[in-house]
Write a protein that binds this ligand. Structure first.
Ligand code: C5P
Length: 246
């Protein structure tokens, strides 16, 4: 199936105020298939802003990376269904019971209340983390192994996919033999851009070629002097890279 580059691009609305986010949504609405609302904007603007975007026809990836006891995460998942988000995520480190109960609660709620079922995605290892970061929190593994293990666990627990660095797409595909399992990759930077705090980065072209289903891009677009132009040039790069895949 041919997929346009827009249908793979998720833009992260990592800004301080709903006003800034609204402006970006207005300017960038046609460039992406989804907008990511994470901890910063959610803490500032709350579920009202998520509802506003959904009511305006935007699809939302609610990136709050839930990590708590199974009952609490499953309950938060139920509220994410009611908010109308298309994707939300949990930390795979919360374990299989947490993930399984959340996936079940989401399916049950969507069915019972006649709502769309969001996809539930696991965060494996943050793309800002490297082996030293894992080591300092007592994980005696390297990111690659940790990502494979957690992706496998997320799949076994009924989740729909993972967030992983574009460098790890092949590892995830090898760990999870299921073409429907989606991979969302942050840590994407046009060749000319700075890496900010991301340690494991790839260009948009490389990320598309790696076989990621979605690319999440924040600062390279939203902090650009002309965000629409930045988004357009990223889409063109994705299109060129993927012309044999779309
Ligand atoms: O600005 P940048 O393009 O680095 O934004 C990447 C976005 O993806 C940020 O909102 C960040 O919170 C998010 N993210 C990430 N690594 C993960 C999961 C989410 O960078 N593993």
């Amino acid at each position: 199936m041919n997929k346009s580059p827009q249908s793979k691009l998720i833009i992260a609305l990592d800004v301080e105020t709903p006003r800034q986010a609204r402006e970006l949504f207005t300017v960038l609405g046609d460039f992406a298939c989804m907008f990511k609302i994470g901890s910063q904007l959610f803490t500032a603007a709350g579920p009202e802003f998520v509802r506003e975007i959904v009511e305006a026809g935007g699809r939302v990836f609610l990136d709050l990376k839930f990590h708590d006891i199974p009952n609490t995460v499953a309950s938060a998942g139920i509220e994410a269904v009611r908010l109308g988000v298309s994707i939300f995520n949990v930390h795979a480190l919360g374990g299989s019971e947490m993930m399984r109960r959340t996936a079940e609660a989401v399916s049950d709620t969507a069915r019972r209340e006649g709502l769309s079922r969001p996809q539930v995605i696991a965060v494996t290892v943050l793309t800002s983390a490297d082996a030293a970061t894992l080591h300092e929190v007592g994980v005696a593994s390297i990111p690659e192994k940790q990502v494979s293990m957690l992706a496998h666990l997320a799949h076994q627990s009924g989740l729909d996919g993972v967030v992983a660095s574009p460098h790890e797409v092949q590892l995830v595909r090898a760990a999870v033999n299921d073409k429907q399992f989606i991979i969302i990759t942050p840590g994407v930077r046009p060749a000319s851009a700075t890496h900010d705090d991301q340690k494991r980065v790839m260009t948009p072209a490389e990320a598309v070629r790696s076989g990621a289903d979605y690319l999440v891009i924040g600062r390279s677009i939203i902090n650009a002097p002309d965000p629409a132009r930045a988004a357009q040039s990223i889409l063109e790069e994705m299109e060129r890279a993927g012309s044999d895949q779309y």
